[in-house]
Design a protein around this ligand. Structure first.
Ligand SMILES: [Zn+2]
Length: 800
């Protein structure tokens, strides 16, 4: 009875206006309770695959927040003190990942200290075990010591998790099954985090903050779904509701501050939704929200701290005036403002929040009606077709509408020149800055520090970077504008011919200071360096590789994202590599069309060399981990790994599939991929099955299982050697050969093509399955071959 009463009271308290803000304050200001300090032995805290043993030490609880003591600290700093945390990843890939960081496939670490945050009542959980050991007792004399040592740490950690904890506190479904975070100081491993989050795509994760070369990384040691709990108890982040029909009115003030009203239709997935988590750029404050015209509470924390598990966004919460019903559509209105545009000098602007300047719930397809009001001496571009454009006094306003649903709407502004090119049914508009950003101007030499990309990295939205060349250029950014329009138009037409129509028929291309590009639906941001005419006295000296990247690959790569990443999407972060690999390989197909096959092979050889580059410890970049680790590859272990593997090895994977299939089948596969997965997500396994369907009949490895095991789920690059001789006499004449493999593991092998060149330009390709033993082959021939060569056209990724 009392339990029911308590729940009722806390529910009432939570339902009051301003609830989230009050809860947040209580969480932020929470401290340890000096009267709740214990000497404990043999207590266990279990969250699915996470086991924490409080073997011998002191334990102190926090004061209650909304009736629950949700934090505790444990220290082993007593004679014989001990604590231990064990996490066993459920599969080989995750055990390997863990081992690459801690040299062991299982986390089993004794620790000195631990701090726990939990949405459940930790106190009740632990107290239930307290009587099991007579040595457990209250030690009030230790209370002040532990409180003083641990309350600042608690405040720090609570601030990091503030919005997440408020979400659990306000969302009734979260209580008892919400977030659990343990921050440990291990005896060998230093500080590390172990987290169970029922709203994360992979609910259990273990990782560590690490610094390398003045950069901070969050190394994800392992991340997986619990074995013991196949069913999810809370909705996944970004799937709480369906969002559609965006109508945004935004004003860019002369000081570049943006204020906006976003109206959007929201349909909850689950019933009784009391709190809706949404994303927005950290620089944007949401001032107010209404649901069907009635005020709703908005909670957005003040601190500009890293936000865990929410991509490049800050999570904020909306608490509607009453719980929302599943399947009913509500009209939400948000008022927000922020500084999402930076001045890079000389009227060159840098939009920092390109994909998250308005509220969203994950990436969902929606129609957009965008009205921008801005100073009349500026130009502002966004996705969609212009439906209104007017100037009044000092202001200009432009309204654009997208003709089909898109997942993300970007905008850009500047003082632009512009040209356009029509290619069949497609229109490409290219905008260029009238002047060059300060960072690229010759003198005075100045470095513009670009704002850091949103954490962890905005690559779900297709961003690529290369190191910025440090040169001294004074060129005109409009120099290649017309050429760019023609090239992008031609790339768009080329790809539309291969993959079907793009995301939108209108493509706007505009510049972004820095050394990267980003491909949104109907809108491409292109590095200013791509606008500069290469190889003139006036332009920055790019090395051959940078030149190829900025003037050939980047623009085609971003164009290709109209299909890969905007029309077809990745299922999860493990699958995102396909979007980058497909975009990059589409750019290479386009490069091949106008520069020839050899230029593509040269790019692939460069990618191979990047994969073979060695770390200080003598490890190759490739060995950092399989491509399916996705953004986790960008770690302190090897900062080069994400790019080299995602783009480089990703391109190789597609190229190898093409060599196995032949050009015609490969291109049919890409067209089918678009057809079958248009406005859908594809997983790596779905891609394997799709690709296997395009192998020639009677292929070795007909389901591509060995291929994916080696190249997608595995690492390593073989060294291969061919020896051969001509045996027998006609009609039994034959080429007999051996391919010897080294540098791969015992059980590993690859399929390698041996090309036998015959007279009159004819050739036969024999695929040979290699292994740790020499692989022999016999090919009957009717004449002596002119040449027998191992893999002359990048059919297999191997050491030179
Ligand atoms: Zn990309």
């Amino acid at each position: 009875m009392r339990w029911i009463l308590t729940c009722f009271l806390s529910w009432r308290a939570l339902a009051a206006p301003g609830t989230a803000a009050e809860t947040a304050r209580a969480i932020r200001e929470n401290v340890f309770d000096r009267d709740e300090c214990y000497r404990v032995r043999d207590l266990t805290v279990i969250r699915h695959d996470i086991r924490v043993y409080l073997t011998d030490g002191y334990l102190i609880f926090s004061k209650p927040v909304a009736g629950r003591r949700t934090a505790a600290a444990f220290t082993t700093e007593v004679e014989g003190g001990d604590g231990e945390v064990i996490v066993m990843p459920p599969n080989r890939a995750e055990r390997r990942s863990l081992a690459s960081y801690i040299d062991a496939p299982t986390l089993d670490e004794h620790f000195r200290n631990a701090l726990f945050l939990s949405a459940a009542d930790l106190y009740a959980e632990v107290m239930a075990q307290m009587n099991s050991n007579p040595a457990n007792r209250k030690v009030p004399e230790m209370g002040p010591v532990l409180d003083e040592a641990w309350s600042p740490v608690l405040r720090n950690l609570s601030a990091s998790y503030e919005t997440r904890l408020v979400l659990d506190a306000v969302d009734a479904a979260g209580s008892g099954s919400g977030l659990f975070a343990g921050l440990f100081t291990g005896l060998k491993l230093g500080n590390f985090d172990v987290v169970y989050d029922p709203r994360a795509a992979e609910r259990i994760s273990v990782g560590q903050v690490a610094n390398r070369d003045n950069r901070t990384y969050f190394d994800v040691w392992t991340s997986f779904e619990p074995r013991s709990q196949p069913r999810r108890t809370a909705p996944l982040f970004g799937t709480e509701a369906a969002l559609s029909d965006y109508r945004i009115e935004a004003t860019v003030e002369p000081d570049l501050n943006m204020t906006a009203i976003t109206r959007v239709k929201i349909t909850p997935v689950g019933d009784g939704l009391r709190v809706l988590p949404l994303d927005i750029a950290r620089a944007v404050r949401v001032q107010s929200a209404t649901v069907d015209g009635r005020p709703a509470e908005v909670f957005q924390r003040d601190a500009l701290r890293a936000n865990l598990g929410r991509g490049g966004n800050e999570m904020f919460l909306v608490l509607p005036p009453e719980p929302l019903r599943a399947g009913r559509t509500y009209e939400f209105e948000f008022h927000h403002s922020g500084n999402v545009i930076h001045d890079a000098g000389d009227r060159v602007y840098y939009v920092t929040a390109r994909g998250n300047w308005y509220p969203a719930n994950g990436l969902q397809y929606a129609s957009f009606d965008l009205k921008f009001r801005y100073p009349r001496d500026l130009d502002l571009v966004s996705a969609g077709e212009v439906v209104e454009d007017a100037t009044e006094g000092e202001w200009r306003s432009t309204r654009r509408r997208t003709s089909v649903p898109i997942r993300v709407a970007g905008f850009n502004l500047g003082s632009y020149h512009h040209v356009h090119a029509a290619r069949g049914p497609y229109v490409v508009e290219v905008y260029a800055n009238r002047s060059l950003e300060k960072a690229l101007q010759p003198k005075p030499r100045e470095t513009v520090v670009l704002p850091a990309p949103p954490f962890p990295r905005p690559r779900r939205n297709n961003v690529e970077t290369v190191p910025l060349p440090q040169q001294e250029p004074p060129p005109s950014p409009a120099g290649r504008m017309q050429a760019l329009a023609t090239e992008i138009g031609s790339a768009l037409e080329f790809m539309a011919g291969k993959f079907g129509p793009p995301a939108l028929p209108f493509l706007t291309v505009s510049p972004i200071p820095g050394a990267f590009g980003q491909g949104f639906p109907g809108m491409i941001y292109l590095s200013t360096l791509s606008y500069l005419r290469p190889n003139t006295a006036a332009t920055p000296k790019l090395d051959q590789r940078q030149e190829l990247f900025f003037t050939e690959i980047l623009e085609a790569h971003e164009t290709a994202h109209q299909w890969w990443g905007n029309l077809v999407n990745a299922d999860g972060y493990h699958d995102y590599w396909m979007m980058e690999a497909l975009a990059n390989y589409s750019a290479l197909l386009y490069l091949e069309k106008h520069k020839g096959a050899r230029s593509v092979e040269q790019v692939l050889e460069q990618y191979r060399d990047d994969l073979l580059a060695k770390s200080e410890a003598g490890q190759t970049v490739d060995s950092s981990g399989p491509i399916v680790l996705g953004p986790r590859l960008e770690s302190s272990l090897e900062p080069r790994a994400w790019r080299a593997i995602t783009y480089g090895k990703g391109s190789w994977i597609l190229h190898m599939l093409r060599r196995r299939m032949g050009d015609e089948r490969f291109l049919s596969m890409l067209a089918e991929l678009r057809r079958r997965y248009e406005r859908k997500e594809i997983s790596t396994e779905q891609f394997r099955l799709l690709a296997a369907g395009f192998l020639p009949p009677k292929s070795d490895d007909p389901k591509l299982e060995a291929f994916f095991e080696q190249w997608v789920y595995g690492t390593g690059m073989p060294s291969l050697k061919l020896t051969w001789s001509l045996k027998g006499k006609l009609p039994a004449l034959r080429v007999v050969g051996t391919v010897t493999q080294s540098e791969l593991g015992e059980d590993a092998g690859v399929l390698a093509p041996v090309e036998i060149q015959l007279a009159r330009g004819k050739s036969v390709v024999q695929w040979v399955r290699t292994s740790s033993d020499p692989a022999t082959f016999t090919v009957p021939v009717r004449q002596a071959p002119l040449k027998v060569s191992l893999d002359p056209h990048c059919g297999v990724l191997r050491r030179p």
